[in-house]
Design a binder for this molecule. Structure first.
Ligand code: GRF
Length: 215
């Protein structure tokens, strides 16, 4: 599976994906990392792993549509078959989504459908404000409605009384790094069935990760 990563920030999920590829637990080739910011840590991650990276900043285009048309060209040039959004902070336009139906995953730092819509660390802050006792992360397919596509995998973490946005984010991030490569491998190995917007993994493996089996 030719995989492209799209990122805007630190790049720790990109790092986890690339490590899984190198360890052989994710049988994909990462053919491009596309970034909408020139200062993103994700670019260093791509460099370290010898992945071609492309910076496509909004400021160089008349509209976000033009910007994403350029991204689409780059995706095509890299023979992309599947896309992993890894901290990508822009909303994908229909032209990219329609070219990769059920072939784009995102990771979100909450248990969707709770606390969707915001960019990290807003979902974690919202979870703390709401006083939930369990939070986590969700890998989901990307559709035209933000953070509302079919859920592929979720990992739960406890919310502690003393948690800050930072400490909760760190606990969630550890699980993000764990479940994102696993979910991608389900697609790489063609084990995913999607019926009426419901994702089922063929082998019957659990699509949930609970605190007692969390590291
Ligand atoms: C993660 O919290 C992810 O859930 C969210 O953005 C953050 C990206 O972090 N979508 P990183 O750039 O992968 O370190």
């Amino acid at each position: 599976m030719n995989l492209a990563i799209m990122a805007s920030g630190r790049g720790s999920n990109a790092e986890a994906i690339l490590q899984a590829v190198e360890q052989g637990t994710l049988t994909a080739r990462v053919t491009a990392l596309i970034c909408n910011r020139g200062d993103a840590g994700a670019l260093d991650v791509a460099y370290k792993h010898n992945v071609p990276s492309y910076v496509v900043p909004r400021g160089q285009f008349a509209s976000s549509q033009d910007q994403q048309e350029r991204m689409l060209e780059l995706l095509r040039d890299a023979n992309t078959e599947f896309i992993a959004l890894a901290g990508f902070n822009a909303i994908l336009r229909p032209s990219i989504i329609s070219e990769y139906p059920n072939r784009i995953l995102n990771i979100h730092p909450s248990l969707l459908p709770a606390f969707g819509g915001g960019i990290a660390p807003e979902p974690q802050a919202e979870a703390l404000r709401a006083g939930v006792k369990i939070s986590g992360c969700t890998v989901h397919l990307v559709t035209d409605i933000v953070d509302s596509g079919p859920i592929v995998a979720q990992a739960a973490v406890p919310v502690m009384a003393k948690d800050t946005v930072e400490s909760l984010s760190t606990r969630i991030l550890e699980q993000e790094h764990r479940i994102y490569p696993i979910a991608l491998q389900w697609f790489a190995s063609d084990h995913v069935h999607i019926t009426h917007g419901n994702v089922r993994v063929e082998s019957g493996v659990s699509q949930a990760v609970w605190p007692n089996n969390a590291r």
